[in-house]
Design a protein around this ligand. Structure first.
Ligand SMILES: Cc1ncc(COP(=O)(O)O)c(C=O)c1O
Length: 326
């Protein structure tokens, strides 16, 4: 046991957001020379990296006078941002309404979790999972109908605030801290950083910081293979009130992301299973996608590289169905 761990008493669970641990993989990829370091975002209080952005978006909106306790926070989400906003919003005295945008039974755990903490959850079913080629689920695409409902609700009802995770700059700002933690944990010795893309908030923020601080670092973003849009760095990506946002900003800067790749549902799931069984890392399926691609890079590498990625959420939301969802 580590005698230095958790020596103090915290005043609230909100103080436990961020400062997540980083762990070296021991078994997965052990045949390869490079080292793979994973940052355990699933150890955040609600079980995903989205606690960071939920706290930042709410606190900045409070500071700007856009919301006050008693108001209703709304969002369209495949579930992690929904549960993070539910956790933090309800603790802070807000009502929370989430349009859950997962097909069929895939979002069942997250819907129950949000309901259990007192949020209102409305299911907006996209195409059935069988209709999504590859059965992975791209948040940037399936969240669109829910975003339209959020926009309509916010316009129609005073006291309703849509967090707009896909375009809210406070999403990116929250992850500047994630980036600083990565620099502190690695001493800045990072050759490759890899992250799955939902809103793009974590990838954009971490890419911006690492590109400045780690000369020669390679940044790789992953889209779920079901994505109808195949993004390339530098491509034109028009924004609307419900689409684009942080992803559009990312694509506009061709030097920010070196490669955009796709990972399939099956590839992501296979590696998530190995992380559970061989490493005791109880992460979700997008974490499997990240490590799948880290292994691909380690196989291609000449010499010993340090590859860093995030384990985005907890396995507890994939007990019924296991899909690569962002
Ligand atoms: C499980 C999971 N992995 C990865 C991501 C990607 O995070 P971001 O929105 O920062 O791109 C998300 C969110 O969309 C997610 O829920």
């Amino acid at each position: 046991m580590n005698p230095e761990k958790n020596k103090k008493i915290y005043n609230s669970v909100l103080e436990l957001i961020g400062n997540t641990p980083m762990v070296r993989l021991n078994s997965v990829g052990s045949e390869l020379e490079s080292e793979i370091l994973v940052k355990l975002e699933y150890t955040n209080p609600s079980g995903s990296l989205k606690d960071r952005i939920a706290l930042e978006m709410i606190e900045q909106a409070e500071k700007a006078g856009k919301i006050k306790p008693g108001d209703t926070i709304i969002e369209s989400s495949t579930g992690n941002t929904g549960f993070a906003l539910s956790t933090i919003g309800i603790l802070k005295g807000y009502k929370v309404l989430i349009y859950e945008t997962m097909p069929g039974k895939a979002g069942g755990e997250k819907m129950r979790m949000m309901h259990n903490v007192g949020a209102e959850v409305r299911l907006i079913e996209p195409d059935d999972i069988e209709g999504l080629q590859d059965r992975s689920i791209a948040g940037s695409e399936v969240e669109l109908p829910g975003r339209q409902l959020c926009l309509d609700d916010e316009k129609a009802h005073p006291g309703v605030w849509w967090a707009r995770q896909f375009s809210n700059e406070d999403n990116v700002r929250a992850h500047y801290r994630t980036a600083q933690e990565i620099l502190d944990q690695t001493g800045g010795k990072i050759d490759i950083f890899i992250q799955s893309i939902g809103t793009g908030g974590s990838l954009v923020a971490i890419a911006e910081v690492l590109k400045k601080e780690c000369p020669g670092v390679k940044i790789i973003g992953i889209q779920p293979a079901s994505s109808k849009e195949h993004w390339t760095p530098g491509m034109d990506f028009p924004s609307t009130e419900i689409k684009g946002g942080i992803v559009a900003r990312m694509l506009k800067q061709p030097e920010l992301i070196d490669e955009l790749v796709m990972t399939t549902d099956a590839e992501a799931r296979e590696i998530a299973h190995r992380l559970w069984k061989e490493e005791g890392l109880y992460c979700g399926i997008s974490s499997g996608a990240n490590v799948h691609y880290a292994l691909e890079e380690a196989r291609r590498a000449q010499g010993k590289l340090t590859i860093v990625t995030l384990l985005n959420d907890h396995m507890d939301r994939y007990l019924t169905e296991e899909h690569y969802v962002t």
